[in-house]
Design a protein around this ligand. Structure first.
Ligand SMILES: CC(C)(COP(=O)(O)OP(=O)(O)OC[C@H]1O[C@@H](n2cnc3c(N)ncnc32)[C@H](O)[C@@H]1OP(=O)(O)O)[C@@H](O)C(=O)NCCC(=O)NCCS
Length: 228
């Protein structure tokens, strides 16, 4: 199957409309997705694992990282392909807000974003879409700075950061990228809600297709009559 077809919007295909880029439904992940997240991260090998985590974490450390994600504090997003595999994960970790002191305004609230897309799904705009969603969620959660740490040799991520208008500070082969965000407005709230609703529908559809396929595969096959 053409890998682009994994994310094609069936409605556009039916209408015969060309899509510049496939639709990417970004879904918020929860507790129940932990196992799939572990599977996703374990598929990142060598350099990709270094780029995502800053060092070559062992499988055990990756599993620990996922087990340590606090879904009450942070937000995690994912993208599923047609085969219901989690091909991309974005983790938005909110830093605790420092309480305002007398006569001093409260400090800016910051969130850090980390993202990974499996090799088979790269170049389709998924990484950018996850980043865009993180920005909207930050705005809607009163976060004014979105932060990302990566190696400055990570040209793809540097490209995404520059495209989003991030300020980048490079030092000793590493880069810190900051994006100042506008406060929430009705359109940012609406966009987040609509994206999540679309992704929830997409998720339910893919989960049902997956369940039906499994069931079909388990059905006993009728034996062909023996004509000999
Ligand atoms: C970085 C990563 C998340 C990007 O995911 P992706 O889904 O392929 O990204 P997108 O398709 O949204 O965008 C890729 C962009 O980089 C551009 N690009 C591709 N190769 C490039 C290169 N060598 N140099 C510069 N830009 C490049 C593409 O043209 C595209 O830009 P466009 O949208 O303006 O056309 C993915 O490569 C990945 O998981 N890497 C390993 C982990 C990692 O580096 N994480 C980031 C640190 S937290």
């Amino acid at each position: 199957m053409n890998r682009l077809n994994l994310f094609r919007n069936p409605l556009n295909r039916w209408l015969g409309r060309e899509e510049a880029r496939p639709t990417v439904p970004v879904k918020e992940l929860r507790e129940r997705d932990r196992r799939r997240m572990v599977r996703h991260f374990l598929l990142l090998e060598g350099r990709d694992r270094v780029l995502r985590f800053g060092s070559l974490l062992s499988d055990e450390q990756v599993t620990k990282y996922v087990a340590g994600i606090d879904f009450k504090r942070d937000m995690v997003f994912g993208v599923y392909n047609r085969m219901f595999r989690l091909v991309a994960v974005g983790h938005l970790a909110f830093a605790p807000r420092e309480p305002a002191k007398e006569g001093v305004t409260a400090k800016a609230r910051v969130a850090e974003f980390g993202v990974s897309v499996l090799k088979s799904a790269r170049g389709l705009g998924i990484g950018s879409k996850l980043f865009e969603r993180a920005g909207i969620v930050c705005r809607n959660n009163d976060v004014d700075t979105l932060y990302m740490h990566c190696l400055s040799s990570n040209q793809v991520m540097m490209h995404i950061a520059k495209k989003a208008g991030m300020a980048i500070e490079r030092e000793h082969g590493e880069a810190d990228a900051y994006l100042k965000l506008l406060p929430a407005d009705p359109s940012s709230v609406m966009r987040e809600a609509m994206q999540e609703q679309l992704a929830t529908l997409d998720y339910a559809l893919k989960a049902n297709v997956r369940r039906a396929t499994k069931l079909w595969e388990r059905l006993p096959r009728r034996k062909k009559p023996d004509n000999s």
